[in-house]
Design a protein around this ligand. Structure first.
Ligand SMILES: Nc1ncnc2c1ncn2[C@@H]1O[C@H](COP(=O)(O)OP(=O)(O)O)[C@@H](O)[C@H]1O
Ligand SMILES: [Mg+2]
Length: 234
């Protein structure tokens, strides 16, 4: 069953036609990786699902049309979004960041789950988010998305710009999160994608050029052709 179905999505930003009929399915309870070279439209796709860009076509969440719906309603319908630049409040504490994100103020269980997933956020609850490491800030951004009941989690390049040790930390966290939710993950780190993704979508120039299983990621020639990187060995 599909949690999210995107059909023939066209998005223009100003005069630029960025998405040219993007079509894909995100199966429920699985991790789907959204891959492609820089600038092909991955972030634009996630933002359009979130209603941050308007487009034409169809975006269905569990069969409910969400295209054209305001962002706050899309969030209420169960789409959680961890943006590329994290957008946490650096002058607020970890706990304050989480409290602000929570739609249900009596969700002690949700906090318990999050602190089980990210024990470090519990011990650092009073610390200003801006003083955390990049990896810890990413965990705050993911935890914030997980505080509410969601149908799907959209995560945009969570390991981007992180030191290798922190990449491993965030990767381990995402593996744990993967057991709890449906995820659409944009990620350049192919080792992480292979570890976590059960389904792969490749975009090129505003279109989907592949959707299928992750096996091809083990074929260096395929990876080179699709993603323009010499991957497949890691
Ligand atoms: N706000 C914007 N205004 C104009 N062009 C944009 C904007 N955001 C993205 N683009 C363009 O849209 C294309 C896709 O960008 P993006 O979705 O960020 O790619 P990706 O996430 O795959 O790297 C790029 O050519 C980029 O320059
Ligand atoms: Mg991007």
């Amino acid at each position: 069953m599909s949690a999210l179905t995107v059909k023939n999505l066209h998005v223009k930003i100003g005069e630029s036609h960025i998405l040219h009929g993007v079509t894909f399915d995100v199966p429920a309870h699985k991790v789907t990786a959204l891959l492609g070279r820089n600038g092909v439209g991955k972030s634009t796709t996630l933002k359009s699902i979130m209603g941050l860009y308007q487009g034409t076509g169809s975006i269905e969440l569990d069969g409910l049309q969400i295209l054209g719906t305001p962002t706050y309603k899309i969030a209420q319908a169960g789409v959680a979004y961890v943006p590329e630049d994290r957008e946490i409040f650096s002058t607020l504490s970890v706990r304050e960041n989480l409290t602000l994100a929570s739609r249900n103020k009596n969700n002690g269980d949700a906090y318990k789950n999050i602190f089980e997933l990210f024990p470090e956020l519990d011990t650092r609850a009073a610390q200003l988010a801006g003083s955390l490491s990049g990896g810890q800030q990413q965990m705050v951004a993911i935890a914030r998305a997980l505080l509410n009941e969601n149908e799907i989690l959209l995560v945009d390049e969570p390991t981007k710009g992180l030191a290798p040790k922190l990449v491993t930390e965030v990767a381990n966290a995402l593996v744990k999160v993967a057991h709890k939710t449906t995820m659409l993950l944009v990620e350049q780190n192919l080792a992480l994608v292979k570890r976590i993704a059960e389904n792969v979508i490749v975009m090129d120039q505003g279109r989907v050029v592949f959707q299928g299983g992750p096996e091809n990621l083990n074929d260096p020639a395929w990876v080179h052709q699709m993603l323009g990187v010499s991957g497949g060995h890691k």
